[in-house]
Design a protein around this ligand. Structure first.
Ligand code: HDD
Length: 750
């Protein structure tokens, strides 16, 4: 019968293969001649550094030059060696007692290789495990000189920096575009010692006292029994905690807003959160909050986009940052400060400056630019730089001091403590990425992973044997001075100031500052997150918090959850909006935006080629999407209908109306009433529909116009149909300046 014959064929074919392997003239078979492609035996130089990658740090932990050649890197010499530098002739086979014999314990190369591998992982950060980083430079405008003596803020001073961006809750391998706070930690390698500005993209925090940090993080992390959900706040324990610990409500509101799902690290603000104390040359003090303002503006994803990207490209933000830097579109931020008089009350316009759940609206205290950050170099080695970088809010240069903010005070303990475990001992500041660029002479000795060979016999003070070295600095020698702030006379208490009891007024301020479409997003985010909770009591308790913030917000979310909206239990605060908090209403440069261009084999190749050049010239990245890979004429195809998805593009342009391919999976039913839908590849229609739903600009010319009809979007806001690629791109660029076609989003609240 037929099947029996098929089996016989298979067996015979397999038998032939077996014979093949044993036939000596087959390359690689036992007894055959050696393979003709030989291992290269001529040594090559080690891999050169990547484009624009500077030489690694060649200073010792004490700041002295090591004498290492400027080209020194982790791989030296052309030959493979053991970790002791002995050249190896084989790293592919264990040493065995004969080709079929057991492996010998004496194989020291095997044991060294496997042992090192077994210990390659270090504990991930307990928070902010998922992140990425880049090198750059900070240049000071000099505008802060009157309020701080910090040398790196002196006019024209350029300081090397390393920035690490992160999400808070997820593990090291979690997706980038989850709804979460983002870390924005900057290491300034100043001449006067390293300054770490360890901030977030949200200017307030969940808690007022560091002693609550383990509580809020335990609540946000996955449930201890099943360890789900990963990198999400949409679960019971998170909402259980924040609805009970109501000081978290302001930060939570920011998370539920579009700030929780940034479009890119390049389009995020950063905040030092706490109030710091600045000291100038004359010893005068002022209080200040730090802000990072992105040149490209503050932009976000839509929630559906963020969810789709988590599956399609979990490394979206990491890729975006590296692609931009490697393409020469260096991201920039201005550092700004809000400055307040250092009064005994430590308040400004009634706002307690020591309460990290409060902002000072920019309308009350403008953010004054003090310098510019440019990120211009991606890491050479992710582990060595991004994983091993260790930040600490207590790494402060002269001219910047801490305040009594109880959250900051606790952080001053936590960051060193965590590095001891994470980086394996007390010498983590000797790891290249953590080495200060100022001379270090700390009298610290020994310990795990000591890299330095300290000379001298007297690592103590006072001493006479090392000539009294090292010496303490006077005020004139750029010493760090602890400001002698008067400490309370009220005695020891475990208590907060009364002003810390206001938990709702600024959440309301934020809500009232949003445009209708941003409010709509907030309503949907709360409805989604609480809709993922199982416990009715938790949903009800969070609705009560929303009722105390704003009755409209509460009513909308309650409707979505199918629950009654409670009455407020506290008087609704009389808050004035801060327009600066809204992301809408301005125009921004489109640098580094991605332009998806749909083509097929019938397009005018010269026309599309010219469009590509125009997109490059506008500082954006064109990606050609075609029915097949390879080339269309002389145009390189970067995405096919199988590999591309709308969420990769900030804008979609249609130069063609590709017909359905035989292998196309129907993504949708033909839309009722939409003409031509059956003649266009359904994946192109899906691309256009998604781009439209995510309020992205869409443009079409020539045959591409047909797609607009097929997708049923022709003539709607932000959809441009024109005669030529040039005209359409010009019109689309105008639309992109506002980031999205906002009028496409329904807005039910004013
Ligand atoms: Fe923290 C990491 C930001 C409160 C304890 N934090 C960490 C990172 C950022 C922040 C950006 C990642 C640093 C990196 O990329 O390596 N943390 C903040 C901000 C806070 C804050 C803006 C409030 C204003 N943190 C906070 C508190 C505590 C910690 C109150 C503990 C009491 N944070 C840590 C930590 C981490 C950390 C456990 C984990 C890894 C690390 O420090 O190096 O020590």
């Amino acid at each position: 019968s037929k099947p029996a014959k098929a089996v016989k064929d298979v067996v015979e074919a397999a038998a032939e293969k077996v014979v093949d392997v044993l036939t000596p003239d087959v390359p690689g078979a036992p007894g055959s001649a050696p393979p003709s492609v030989e291992e290269p035996t001529t040594p090559h130089d080690p891999l050169p550094p990547k484009k624009e990658q500077g030489t690694p740090e060649t200073r010792t932990p004490t700041g002295a030059e090591t004498g290492a050649p400027a080209t020194a890197n982790g791989q030296q010499g052309a030959y493979l060696t053991t970790s002791q530098g002995a050249r190896l002739r084989d790293t592919d086979h264990s040493l065995k007692a004969g080709p079929r014999g057991p492996v010998l314990l004496q194989d020291h190369h095997l044991r060294e290789k496997i042992t090192h591998f077994d210990h390659e992982r270090i504990p991930e950060r307990v928070v902010h495990a998922r992140g990425t980083g880049a090198h750059g430079v900070f240049e000071a405008y000099g505008t802060a000189e009157t309020v701080t003596k910090a040398g790196f803020l002196r006019k024209g001073t350029k300081t090397d920096v390393f920035v690490r961006f992160s999400t808070v809750l997820g593990s090291r391998g979690s997706a980038d575009t989850v709804r979460d706070t983002r870390g924005f930690a900057t290491k300034f390698y100043t001449d006067e010692g390293t300054f770490d500005l360890v901030g977030n993209n949200i200017p307030v925090f969940f808690i007022q006292d560091a002693i609550k940090f383990p509580d809020v993080i335990h609540a946000g992390k996955p449930h201890p029994d099943r360890e789900i959900p990963q990198a999400q706040s949409a679960h019971d324990t998170f909402w259980d905690f924040v609805s009970l610990h109501t000081e978290a409500q302001h930060h939570t509101m920011w998370n539920m807003s579009d700030r929780g799902i940034p479009r890119s690290y390049r389009t995020m603000e950063g905040f030092g959160v706490h109030t710091f104390r600045l000291v100038n040359e004359a010893g005068e003090t002022a209080l200040a909050k730090f802000h990072w303002k992105p040149k490209l503006g503050v932009h976000s994803l839509t929630w559906e986009e963020a969810q789709m990207i988590s599956g399609m490209d979990p490394d979206f933000h990491r890729r975006d940052l590296y692609d931009a830097i490697e393409a020469g579109a260096f991201p920039e931020w201005e550092l700004g400060i809000q400055v307040f008089p250092d009064t005994p009350e430590e308040t400004f316009e009634g706002i307690d400056l020591l309460d990290p759940t409060k902002i000072v609206p920019e309308e009350l205290a403008p953010v004054q630019p003090v310098g510019k950050l440019t990120l211009n170099r991606t890491p050479t080695n992710f582990f060595a730089e991004v994983e091993q970088v260790a930040f600490h809010p207590g790494h402060l240069p002269p001219g910047i001091d801490v305040t009594n903010d109880p959250l900051l005070q606790g952080r001053l303990f936590s960051y060193v403590d965590t590095q001891l475990t994470r980086l394996g001992g007390p010498n983590f500041s000797q790891i290249p990425i953590n080495r200060p660029h100022a001379p270090v002479n700390d009298m610290f000795r020994d310990g795990f992973h000591q890299q330095a060979v300290h000379a001298g016999v007297a690592p103590y003070k006072p001493n006479s044997l090392d000539g009294g070295n090292p010496f303490v600095a006077g005020d004139d020698e750029h010493a760090f001075v602890d400001v002698p702030v008067t400490v309370t006379e009220s005695g020891k208490v475990r208590a907060n100031p009364v002003s810390f009891d206001d938990h709702f007024s600024q959440a309301r301020l934020f809500w009232l500052s949003m445009s209708p479409v941003e409010k709509e997003h907030i309503i949907r985010a709360y409805t989604f997150e609480l809709g993922k909770c199982y416990h009715q009591a938790i949903k009800e308790r969070q609705l009560q918090c929303l009722a105390n913030i704003d009755p409209v917000l509460c009513a909308e979310v309650a409707t979505g959850l199918g629950l009654p909206a409670p009455e407020p239990t506290v008087p609704i605060a009389d808050a004035a909006p801060s327009p600066a908090l809204s992301q809408l209403g301005r125009e921004w440069p489109g640098d580094g935006r991605t332009v998806g261009i749909v083509i097929d084999d019938d397009v005018d190749v010269a026309d599309v080629g010219a469009l590509r050049q125009a997109v490059f010239a506008a500082g954006m990245v064109p990606l050609l999407i075609a029915p097949h890979g390879g080339m269309v004429g002389d145009l390189p195809v970067q995405r096919t209908f199988a590999t591309g998805r709308s969420v990769e593009f900030d804008v979609v342009l249609l130069a063609a109306a590709p017909a359905p391919a035989p292998d196309a999976v129907p993504a949708r039913d033909a839309k009722a009433g939409a003409s031509d839908s059956a003649t266009v590849d359904p994946r192109v229609l899906l691309l256009v529909e998604e781009a439209w739903r995510h309020a992205k600009a869409i443009g079409a010319w020539g045959a591409g116009v047909t797609v607009l009809d097929g997708a049923g979007v022709a003539g709607t806001p932000g959809v441009v149909a024109g005669d030529s690629a040039t005209d359409v791109f010009a019109a689309v660029q105008q639309l992109m300046a506002a980031h999205r076609v906002w009028e496409r989003f329904p807005a039910t609240v004013a």
